[in-house]
Design a protein around this ligand. Structure first.
Ligand code: TXA
Ligand code: MG
Length: 301
């Protein structure tokens, strides 16, 4: 039933929040510019920040791109459906509204059973940025979406908590090399194994994924001596007070899964500051640290 409702609203050009394995997306018909504009407006997102197109099959992706650069198809076959977004030369089926005027389009096949079924039932792909107001922490439950965008969406397709919990890894291709533009759900090590090369791309927006509260990143015991009232986000060790542990057993996958919900909870805690520590730079740790650093980047001096 709910998939039918979601499909109906999307066909009418309305916005629907969809579950994926990474975070919830704010979806609209990618072939309808008016619907796509609603996505930017609902998120308060500048038109200069392009959107990711979501498809249900490689065949559907082929319609939207003019070619696969060397290495791209291998990555697609290895990781789709999954938390990998590829930047590919767009075909003229993709409007420049989606790509912010660039000639590459970001595409992925998400790995969530409800959303795959929904996409397979639609005669068009959907654009779907994370379903949060621009700059805030991404949603990993239907309740997170409802908390901020209830009035903006026609429907929220509830697919339970997102399994991975951080956004997809974004990979582009330049001069024959794969280049990581955003660390995310597929660890860089796996991209390297699959196609031989990968290196860190330039950071995109500096402040992003940010709670309203100020976030300080560093050694928690040291920061606590200076800010004893702060809320604490730690990897494995628990602290008294308003404190959350990402993974008591030290699992980076579990930490990614819990990260955004923890940031949202601490953002509501009765204190002015969140202190957090970086995690090991391996596996999903890179993506987690990237988001913590962006959360700690102050918007106002
Ligand atoms: O896991 C994800 O990727 C989630 C789920 C919903 O699929 N989506 C997501 O979308 O994180 P969003 O819009 O929050 O982040 C997309 C990022 C933005 O930083 C955007 O600048 C970049 O992808 N991007 C999109 N199209 C691009 C393009 N053509 N060239 C370069 N970067 C692009
Ligand atoms: Mg986002």
């Amino acid at each position: 039933m709910s998939i039918l409702m979601a499909a109906r609203y999307l066909k009418e050009g309305q916005l629907v929040a969809i579950p994926t394995e990474t975070v919830y997306g704010l979806a609209a018909n990618a072939f309808d510019d008016e619907a796509v504009k609603k996505v930017f407006q609902a998120k308060n997102r500048p038109y200069s920040d392009p959107l990711i197109v979501h498809c249900h099959s490689l065949e559907a992706v082929r319609e939207l791109v003019s070619e696969f650069p060397p290495g791209a198809e291998e990555l697609a076959l290895a990781f789709w459906p999954g938390p990998l977004t590829l930047l590919l030369p767009k075909s003229d089926k993709i409007s420049s509204l989606i790509t912010a005027g660039q000639n590459r389009v970001a595409i992925r096949i998400p790995n969530h059973p409800l959303t795959l079924e929904l996409l397979a039932s639609l005669p068009f792909p959907v654009v779907a940025p994370s379903a949060n107001p621009f700059g805030y922490v991404s949603p990993t439950t239907a309740a997170h979406v409802a908390a901020q965008l209830q009035d903006e969406v026609a429907y929220i397709l509830d697919g339970g908590p997102c399994e991975i919990g951080i956004e997809s890894t974004i990979v582009g291709f330049e001069e024959g090399l794969a280049k990581i533009y955003r660390h995310g759900g597929i660890p860089a090590e796996k991209i390297t194994l699959e196609c031989g090369f990968s290196y860190q791309g330039p950071g995109m927006l500096k402040s992003h994924y940010a709670p309203r509260k100020k976030v300080l990143l560093g050694d928690i015991p040291t920061l606590l001596t200076k800010y004893p009232q702060a809320a604490i986000l730690s990897f494995t060790k628990s602290y008294p007070g308003h404190s959350l542990v990402l993974s008591p057993s030290g699992s980076l996958d579990e930490a990614a899964h819990n990260l955004f919900a923890a940031l949202r909870t601490l953002d509501e805690a009765p204190c002015d500051l969140i202190i957090a520590e970086e995690l090991p730079m391996q596996g999903l740790g890179r993506g987690i640290n990237d988001r913590l650093r962006k959360a700690a980047c102050q918007k106002d001096p």
